[in-house]
Design a protein around this ligand. Structure first.
Ligand SMILES: [Zn+2]
Length: 339
């Protein structure tokens, strides 16, 4: 069930030092993992926390084998609770995901014509862009959300009678027409081009991240009019203005490769990370505050935005923007200082 991870998951260094503090509270992920894999707390406690002396992340060693890791985030706990509570809060309570003033700051200081995020589509700023692109009308928004859910669900006709399949075809067409009409009627201004990059082999929620049998990525495609690309495809399109990781960079086996990919195709990369001094057992690794020191050493220039966004943090987190081009960071720094 477990595998040795003797190298740091981010920088591959073998300089891992065991942490003094080893206890982490049992959360609902661990409860589900223990139950579905039929393992005891004693077995779970075999997972030990190490610190990478090179890039400062906290690494679990051992951790689950890759296939078990994937199973945890697809079958054992396939629905990404935060991802769905974000979108439901928006469409039910008019509440955007809490990133403080991040969206306003980025929009004011970076010319954003195209934007990408990684994996879970309702964790970052895509809902903010959506809100800006349409009229501020809550019943329109609710209506659109429900029509898209019904449209995607209406395509699920496997095992149904011929008659049902025939009437579903008409229903789907009607729902899709309604969706397009609603969007057209309430559309405000030119949309930015949006992309969602995914990694199917990731230890992240994906194939089973569903609500009312609709997958989050399919819903995001229809709602935000975005294109989905796999991170392993080569990118031959335009340079992106901004790429965002919102608590998703620590949910992959290849975080460095994915961050490098984002940095190479974008001017700016926005990153939100947990910087909890404890490593919860459902995580292969977690970032720390000192991780950005490592990036700077590797000529990935960073700007911490924790103070600027004025968010009231409920747990230790860090928001920073980074780039391989120091000019972009210097420019942004000078602009933000004058706010
Ligand atoms: Zn490392």
């Amino acid at each position: 069930m477990f595998k040795k991870y003797n190298e740091c998951s981010f920088c591959n260094s073998k300089k891992l030092k065991i942490e003094k503090f080893q206890n982490s509270p049992e959360n609902f992920y661990i409860k589900a993992i223990k139950s579905d894999l039929s393992i005891s707390s004693k077995v779970i406690n075999k997972l030990k926390v190490y610190k990478c002396l090179e890039c400062n992340i906290l690494q679990s060693n051992p951790w689950f084998k890759e296939n078990i890791g994937k199973k945890i985030y697809s079958n054992i706990y396939g629905q990404h609770n935060k991802n769905w509570s974000n979108i439901l809060s928006f469409f039910n309570k008019k509440k955007l995901p809490d990133h403080g003033k991040l969206y306003e700051i980025l929009k004011k200081n970076i010319k954003i014509n195209n934007y990408a995020e990684f994996n879970s589509p309702f964790m970052g700023l895509l809902l903010n862009f959506f809100k800006d692109e349409y009229k501020d009308n809550h019943s329109f928004r609710k209506n659109l959300f429900n029509k898209i859910l019904s449209y995607l669900a209406s395509r699920q006709v496997a095992g149904k009678s011929k008659l049902h399949q025939k009437s579903s075809l008409i229903k789907s067409k009607q729902l899709l027409d309604d969706v397009l009409k609603l969007k057209k009627k309430n559309f405000l201004k030119k949309k930015i081009t949006k992309y969602l990059f995914v990694e199917s082999s990731s230890i992240s929620w994906g194939q089973n991240d569903n609500y009312k049998s609709v997958n989050s990525k399919s819903l995001a495609m229809e709602l935000f009019d975005l294109d989905i690309y796999d991170i392993k495809d080569s990118w031959k399109k335009e340079k992106l203005d901004l790429f965002g990781f919102f608590l998703t960079l620590d949910h992959t086996f290849k975080p460095k490769k994915i961050l490098d990919f984002a940095l190479d195709i974008s001017k700016y990369v926005m990153i939100q990370i947990h910087t909890d001094p404890k490593l919860n057992k459902q995580h292969l690794f977690t970032f720390t505050e000192r991780f950005v020191n490592y990036l700077e050493k590797k000529k990935i220039y960073t700007l911490n935005l924790n103070l600027e966004i004025k968010k009231s943090f409920k747990s230790p987190e860090m928001y920073f923007i980074c780039s391989k081009n120091i000019k972009y960071i210097r420019l942004l720094k000078s602009k933000i200082k004058t706010i």
